[in-house]
Write a protein that binds this ligand. Structure first.
Ligand code: FMN
Ligand code: SF4
Length: 438
């Protein structure tokens, strides 16, 4: 592991008006695009492959390999598309929005390089509909890039043409699932598609399509400028490079911390001033609410794909939500389950009906009118949902439930024996003014 923090994507976030083209260019912005356009397209794909970059949207699929699945025009005479997944809606996940707000040109430059690599002449950035300020900032950045010749016809005199379209979704978590996103982009109701065919073969408008997360694409300019070896020198053996770790909740200094993959929560908490003063860490999510909970026994788990997987959870989007000893785990899990119930797209029965039933049982447990048998009922419902639904939304919905029962069964039972929630909700949600005792 190299330095504790490795600001690359976030390096310019504190620059004066960092989101403008002038500010971005003053730090060498769009230099990587010039370099890439001087390389052959397969060379760019190879550089990304060699860097070891794995998708930052959650699943960790190798980015260069994904690009190499796009068939050539000789094989399939259809246009190629790049689609950037900027739907970021997972509870706790907060990295793509700050990145696009602070430095939209990092993403736009990545889009131009990635489109060149896969020979796409139209790229879409699909942004979550609620974040209007981000949509406006991106639209302006794209406009600036066109005017400066970084997008449009014959980019930098290379003969390569690219149009970039910023598309606002209507605000649905399921539209972050890549095939639901493609349906939504095509103007249909956003629901996941049956796979195969995978998007690389038949994606947008049934054409070869690469769908990548914002952070994955925004990492590409640094790989071209710094080199694959430099990128791969950070991180761990199978999880290379750096990433944005978002700390939120009961932590003294919440925010985005850019560090090599493999850093631990213990180190990140030291950097973030620790857990809320006077309190202890109780549980946390390593990658958003759809990754199984971990506890204070997992402070030294390396935060890379393998380390977190080995601890029984998933790295996901590195959304580290921190909960201290004032938090009722049943209440927290109920809130997340209500989210999944609301966001279930309704296409398949186990998820549509199952998430509704999960809320019923969790609600009565939290109100103190449940029974001990409700825990087995919950686990049985989870068993009927996990792996039996159409997409990963449902698997994610049961993750906090099964993991919280594993670690905090006694707390669930205390709700039953005490006839109510043993916690004061105010102490978990009210934050003291700075300087006052917590
Ligand atoms: C319910 C659900 C929501 C998702 N939301 C997002 C999202 O907001 N952003 C994202 O990049 N990936 C999201 N994903 C993962 C995408 O399906 C896909 O794996 C990702 O965009 C691929 O990009 P990457 O290889 O660069 O990580 C979601 C998946 C599911 C099942
Ligand atoms: S699992 Fe849920 S979100 Fe996914 S297709 Fe089925 S109903 Fe829709």
């Amino acid at each position: 592991m190299t330095d504790t923090l490795t600001p690359v994507l976030s390096d310019n976030w504190d620059q004066e008006r960092a989101w403008t083209l002038a500010a971005y260019e003053s730090r060498g912005g769009y230099g990587a695009l010039r370099t890439a356009l001087g390389m052959s397209q397969p060379e760019v794909v190879t550089a990304v492959k060699d860097s070891g970059l794995r998708g930052r949207g959650g699943a960790g699929f190798p980015t260069g390999m994904k690009w190499s699945f796009i068939p050539s025009y000789e094989q399939v005479n259809k246009p190629h598309y790049l689609v950037v997944n900027a739907d970021e809606s997972e509870p706790g996940t907060c990295k793509d929005v700050p990145l696009m707000l602070a430095s939209p040109h990092t993403l736009v430059e990545g889009v131009a390089i990635a489109s060149y690599a896969i020979d796409a002449h139209v790229a879409f950035i699909y942004v979550r509909g609620e974040v209007l300020h981000v949509i406006r900032r991106l639209q302006r950045a794209v406009q600036e890039a066109y005017l400066a010749g970084h997008l449009g016809k014959d980019i930098h005199g290379s003969g390569f043409d690219l149009d970039v379209i910023v598309h606002a979704g209507a605000g649905a978590y399921i539209c972050g699932e890549e095939t639901a996103l493609l349906d939504s982009l095509e103007g249909m109701r956003g629901q996941p598609r049956l796979r195969p065919p995978f998007p690389a073969v038949a994606g947008l408008y049934a054409c070869p399509t690469v769908v990548n997360n914002v952070e994955s694409i925004a990492s590409v300019p640094s790989i071209i400028s710094g080199g694959a070896e430099w990128f791969a020198s950070m991180g761990t053996e199978k999880s290379k490079g750096f990433g944005l770790f978002s700390l939120s909740g009961h932590v003294a200094i919440p925010g985005q911390y850019e560090a090599p993959l493999g850093i631990t929560l213990r180190t990140l908490l030291e950097l973030a001033g620790g857990v809320r003063e006077g309190h202890q860490l109780k549980f946390w999510t390593p990658g958003g609410s759809s990754t199984p909970l971990l506890t204070d026994a997992h402070l030294d788990v390396p935060l890379d794909f393998e380390g977190v997987g080995g601890a029984g959870s998933m790295l996901g989007t590195r959304a580290l939500q921190i909960f201290d000893d004032t938090t009722c785990v049943v209440r927290a899990v109920l809130r997340w389950t209500e989210f999944y119930k609301h966001e279930s797209c309704g296409k398949c029965t186990p998820c549509r009906e199952g998430t509704w039933w999960l809320v019923q049982v969790l609600e009565r447990l939290e109100r103190g009118v449940g029974t001990a048998a409700d825990l087995d009922l919950l686990l049985d419902q989870c068993d009927n949902i996990f792996g039996r639904s159409f997409c990963a939304l449902a698997d994610g919905a049961v993750a906090p439930i099964t993991s919280s029962i594993e670690f905090f069964r006694a707390e669930y039972l205390a709700h039953v024996t005490e006839g109510g929630c043993p916690f004061d909700p105010d102490s978990a949600t009210l934050f003291s003014p700075v300087g006052a005792p917590a």
